[in-house]
Design a protein around this ligand. Structure first.
Ligand code: 5RP
Length: 209
């Protein structure tokens, strides 16, 4: 799979999402993080909206199921991104073709769901996750250059918990169990947030959900 093709499909999705969801009167525009929303910013910069207030938010995703449930947090920005999503009247997702699950979450993003946790609770939360049926749960490492766990913008840690493939109607239930665990700040499941998703395909077409 060529990098060029992936970049092209990201740009395709991002431009289509902006073209179809931003009008001249929209003044507040939220943008999440990731390599796909870079193209959203590029397109927004070409528009002429002068006054600003938040109306529509655009963000990438690590996986999207056919019910528009998302897994996010690949870049450890899940809390801030959910905040933006929850503040926006319309939340639009942009992604390349690799992110669309044929049906259920867990198909593509094999790392599991990212979960932001308060640092002193991570050992307890890891145990809780196994009790809830996780196949694996690991503290995200910052890599050789930084040595130690990833630290989020809020000073917390991130656990990646794999629950296998999750049926469409079970995502919310699992998310509610996770968010109730003491020590969990936020999960990377975005349920009932996305109103639309634009997926750039390999053949140059766009799938919109
Ligand atoms: C960061 C995210 C990103 O939006 C997600 O990882 C998608 O990124 P990309 O567009 O680079 O594939 O959730 O926490």
């Amino acid at each position: 799979m060529s990098e060029e093709l992936i970049e092209k499909s990201k740009k395709l999705a991002a431009f289509a999402a902006v073209n179809e969801n931003v009008s001249k009167s929209d003044r507040i525009i939220g943008v999440g993080s990731g390599s796909t929303v870079v193209y959203v910013a590029e397109r927004l910069g070409q528009l002429e909206n002068k006054e600003k207030f938040i109306y529509v938010a655009f963000d990438g995703a690590d996986e999207i199921d056919t019910n528009l449930n998302l897994i996010k947090g690949g870049g450890a920005a899940l809390y801030q991104e959910k905040l933006v999503a929850s503040l926006s009247r319309k939340f639009v997702v942009v992604a390349d073709f690799r992110k669309q699950s044929p049906e259920r979450l867990g198909h593509f993003w094999r790392k599991g769901v990212p979960i932001e946790v308060v640092p002193n609770s991570y050992v307890k939360v890891l145990k809780d996750l196994f009790k809830l049926g996780a196949n694996s749960a690991t503290l995200r490492d910052a890599g050789k250059a930084k040595a130690g766990p990833v630290v989020t913008d809020n000073g917390n840690f991130v656990i990646d918990a794999d629950f296998g493939e999750i049926p469409l109607n079970k995502v919310k239930e699992l998310d509610e169990k996770l968010i109730r665990l003491v020590g969990v700040v936020e999960t990377g499941f975005f349920v009932d947030y996305a109103e639309k998703a634009y997926i750039g395909n390999e053949d140059g077409s766009i799938t919109s959900l």
